[in-house]
Structures are given as C-alpha cells and as structure tokens.
Design a binder for this molecule. Structure first.
Ligand SMILES: Cc1ncc(COP(=O)(O)O)c(C=O)c1O
Length: 375
C-alpha cells in the first residue's frame, strides 16, 4: 500500500525535537517557527510532558466514556481556571474540525435553526459542517455544499446585522485572528456589536480558538483582547502539544442531554494526562506572558530590520503574519533549505509564524537574521 498523496511535502523527515528546535533524519538542526502548524505549545519533548504521557500510558491509555474519568474532571477544572471560564462546561473530542462540528450541532439543537454566518477567508476544518463554514470552494465537496453558510466580510457589522435580523441564523462562527486567512484580525467594535446582535436574536456566538487560542495571542484566548464572552469556544492544536485532542467550552445557557453528543476517543486518559501536563508547564513557565512579550519583541524586531519586500507585520503574541510584496514560496523554501528554519504561510504572500510558546528572544533574533538572509 502507498500513501494517499494529498500533501505537497518538503523532502525532510523530522526525527526528534527539543524546545523550539527539531532535527531531521540527517541530523540537521532547524529552528521551529511553525510549531508543526501551531500544535507545539510547550515545546518539543518537554520532560514534564514526556513523563506524564509515559506514566499514564504505562497505567491506562484508554477506557471508554461509559465510566467515570477523574482525569477529565480534573482537566475541566484546571482549564476553566486557567482561561477564566470556570462557569462553562467542557466536551472533549479529538480534532479541531470535530470541535467545530459539535459547536454547530449544539447550536442547532439549542435554537432549532440551520443557517450559519462565517467570515470571508475563514478556515474551520475539513469535515461536514466545519468545511461548509470554511470559505474555500476547492475543499468543499458537493456532498458538503448544503447551503447552510453565508460568508461575510471581516469587521463589516452592517453586513452581519442584515443577516442576523432575519431571525433565522443558528450561529455565527469567527476566528478572532484568522490563521489560514492570513493573520487578519477581528476588531473589538465588531465583536462587541456581534455579541449584542446575537443576544438580541437568539443566535449562538462561537469563537474558533483552535489556532489563535490556548495562549498563542498573549492572552489565553484571542477574543479576550476584545472584551466579549462567546457562547462557545473551540480549542485544539496546542491543547495537548501534539496528541490528538480538542475541546468545546460551553456556556451555562446550554443544557446537556444524555446521548446528544458523544465520541469514542474524546477525552481519553492519555490525552487528559498530556493536557494536564501542558497546563502545568504553561503555568510554571508563564508561557502566555512569554507569548505576549516575545511576540511583541519579534514583531518589532522584524519591523525595525526594515527588510526588503516586507510590507506589513501583524498579529498578536506568537501568531504573526509577515506580508510580502512577492510570493512567500521562494523565501519560505530558502528559509528551510538554506537557513534551516520552519515557518508557516497563508494565501500567496504571507509568511505565518506559529512557534512554540516558549520561544526566547535569542531565538527570535536568530529568526530575524535568517529572514534577512533570504529577503
Ligand atoms: C482556525 C482553525 N479551525 C479549525 C481547524 C481544523 O483543525 P483540525 O485540523 O484539527 O481538524 C484549524 C486547523 O488548521 C484551524 O486553524
């Protein structure tokens, strides 16, 4: 059997990692400003995380959601405290798309409606409704194109108001910092006005914090920069530093119903042990504050370097977009091949930085030098 060839791959196999660095199978060291696509939150192979995973799997990796799982309860308690949503409840699943599926499903159970409003350039995953809410016709199969979703412009509250006033909108789903969409940011005025409209029209407000959340923006959640509490929040990626896990944070206005949501693997013992270790490390090493400080430092350093082709540097914390006046393809490839540095990208012209939240100022400086070399 061969692999189903859907990924355009760099010809590099990553063998191991430590902190913000990874090594390939030839022993070449790379600076990781990509975090395996925003997944590595506390750094590669953190010893506390490794210990937690190893001791849990040696004891019990998995048992089903038909019995009590004290690790899930402990994780919900700790997460509520860490993010400031102690009154919300938690439903655990396995991927970002699955978290958004469940958020949209629960919204529809709640108000009985079927229309969703989503942002232009949104990315919410590749399954059923999550992909329909994703503004990319190339990845929406005919079977997913069911007319549930209207895509609307960023920060244009009048366009959203016109739709919400029809009183048939089930949910609005937004990434407060768009990742795939090119590090485009929702404004506080927009989100606050959207919150008000959703309240007035019994529409559910969902913040997809799968990429911009879990400390990356320099606050636990990106929407916390904007002074709004959503009805539901979806998290994944950094939650377990690479083990598949995701969560749906649900406001007290939703009542759980036995059997309405469910999953085999979601919230398994191994994932919960890993996620608890991630929270331990984030707290002990003050990684949310580090993301805010090093992120600001890095953005300023890139701006100060006045590099050719850089037309904009934007973002929050360690979620940074460097917009170029040329396609990102060549400099990004040279960053990997010549400078041994991984970055992400968006659209055609944006280099996207999503490093582990433990990035140091020295590593930030080193990245700026590497970027300078390829521009
Ligand atoms: C904002 C956002 N939502 C949802 C997803 C989908 O997550 P997953 O690939 O884990 O299904 C992603 C993945 O990149 C994302 O960036």
């Amino acid at each position: 059997m061969t692999l189903f060839d859907v990924y355009p791959l760099f010809d590099i196999a990553i063998d191991h990692g430590k902190g913000c660095r990874v090594w390939d199978s030839d022993g070449i060291e790379y600076l990781d400003l990509y975090g395996g696509h925003a997944v590595i939150s506390v750094g590669h192979a953190h010893p506390h995380y490794v210990d937690a995973i190893c001791s849990q799997v040696a004891k019990l990796g998995f048992y089903s959601n038909s019995v009590q799982n004290p690790l899930q309860k402990e994780f919900a308690r700790r997460l509520g405290k860490a993010c400031g949503y102690e009154d919300y409840s938690l439903f655990l699943i396995n991927s970002g798309a699955e978290a958004n599926e469940n958020a949209l499903k629960l919204s529809s159970f709640y108000n009985g409606r079927t229309r969703v409003l989503s942002l232009e350039k949104a990315f919410h995953g590749r399954t059923s409704l999550a992909v329909e809410a994703t503004n990319n016709p190339k990845i929406i199969a005919p079977i997913n194109a069911n007319g549930h979703v209207t895509y609307l412009p960023l920060n244009d509250i009048e366009a959203w108001e016109k739709e919400i006033e029809k009183d048939d909108v089930c949910a609005c789903i937004v990434e407060c910092i768009q990742g795939v969409g090119g590090i485009r940011m929702v404004s506080a005025e927009f989100l606050q006005a959207l919150r008000k409209l959703c309240d007035e029209h019994n529409t559910v407000l969902i913040c997809d914090e799968i990429q911009c959340g879990y400390g990356r923006s320099g606050k636990f959640f990106a929407h916390q920069h904007l002074g709004v509490r959503p009805d539901m929040i979806t998290v994944a990626k950094g939650i377990c530093n690479g083990l598949p896990m995701s969560g749906l944070l649900i406001s007290p206005k939703f009542t759980p119903v036995y059997g309405q949501l469910g999953t085999t693997f979601g919230g398994n013992h191994l994932a919960c042990a890993g996620a608890l270790a991630v929270l331990d490390i984030m707290e002990e090493e003050h990684l949310v504050v580090n993301a805010a400080e090093v992120g600001e430092y890095l953005m300023q350093a890139i701006r100060d370097a006045k590099l050719p082709h850089v037309v904009d540097v934007r973002g929050r914390g360690l979620m940074i977009g460097i917009e170029l006046d040329i396609p990102y393809k060549e400099p990004r490839t040279r960053l990997i091949k010549e400078e041994h540095c991984f970055t992400g990208c968006s659209g055609t012209n944006v280099i996207r930085l999503l490093p582990p939240l433990c990035l140091t100022r020295e590593e930030a400086d080193s990245f700026v030098k590497k970027l300078e070399a390829v521009l």
